[in-house]
Design a protein around this ligand. Structure first.
Ligand SMILES: NC(=O)C[C@H](N)C(=O)O
Length: 260
């Protein structure tokens, strides 16, 4: 999905205020709670592969910027020129937001960042949660962040517990949405904690965190999640969220708007 220009991750990522693409990603393994994350990377073709290397090869959990790129090179990952990530559609979205910013200077900056970009209403971050036959859960998330971000802004996607979390005892979660709120609500970890400490089902936990906690804060977005029994859940408070599930028989379901 990072290689598809349609999603806000890898190729097709949104633009920063300065017209650059800065990529964030994270991955977590539920068996041993090992995790890897990278933030603000500009030249690594597949950010999620780099996050995975951080998890598997380094002693660290999170690397950022040029240091993360240096580590990618040392691991032989594919490096691209920053222009590889460019797409017209995303660049136009940045111009659109900047124009609106000029028109409505009195508007709250955060509101402008989110709502004046039509594409951003669907966010477009990519995420994956999986349960294997041995009961191991993995969660991963990759994103370009939010259009018009600046000052090295980092969202929830590379933050373990906010945008990504996995624990074999409970569930795996990957988030998309307005990152600042997902960080403040610790969305991914909180869903796992509700299952762990309160005995909630996956459905109850995702509903509580998205429709009560996050919504009350004013946050917009959603999660995909899978629990240790293989139950799958997509919960969001936006109009739609592109998602697909596949069971152990290979049955594929693809949905965009609210479920039936
Ligand atoms: N597109 C997204 O989902 C944005 C991401 N959650 C962020 O705030 O960086």
């Amino acid at each position: 999905m990072e290689d598809s220009y349609l999603f806000n991750a890898g190729k097709g990522a949104v633009f920063t205020h300065d017209g650059k693409n800065e990529l964030d990603a994270s991955i977590m393994y539920g068996k041993d709670l090992n995790a890897g994350a990278i933030a603000g990377v500009r030249d690594v073709k597949n950010p999620i592969s780099l996050a995975r290397k951080v998890m598997q090869v380094s002693k660290h959990v999170m690397l950022s910027g040029e240091g993360a790129s240096d580590f990618a090179k040392s691991q032989g990952l594919e490096i691209v020129t920053p222009s590889y990530f460019y797409t017209d559609r995303r660049f136009k979205a940045l111009q659109h937001i900047k124009n609106e910013e000029k028109i409505s200077l009195d508007q709250d900056e955060k509101t402008t960042m989110l709502y004046s970009d039509p594409d951003n209403k669907k966010f477009g971050t990519v995420g994956c949660v999986a349960l294997d036959k041995d009961g191991n859960i993995t969660a991963g998330t990759s994103t370009g962040g939010m259009t018009n971000k600046r000052w090295g802004r980092i969202g929830d996607s590379p933050i373990i517990g906010s945008g990504t979390y996995a624990n074999n005892k409970t569930c795996g979660v990957s988030c998309t949405g307005w990152g600042e709120y997902f960080i403040r609500a610790q969305v991914a970890y909180d869903i796992s904690a509700m299952i762990n400490y309160k005995g909630f089902s996956l459905g109850e936990a995702t509903k509580e965190v998205i429709h009560k906690k996050l919504t009350k804060l004013g946050g917009k977005g959603g999660v995909i999640a899978i629990d240790k029994y293989g139950n799958m859940q997509a919960m969001f408070n936006t109009v739609g969220m592109y998602r697909a599930t596949m069971d152990d028989q290979g049955n594929l379901e693809i949905e965009i708007y609210k479920g039936h």
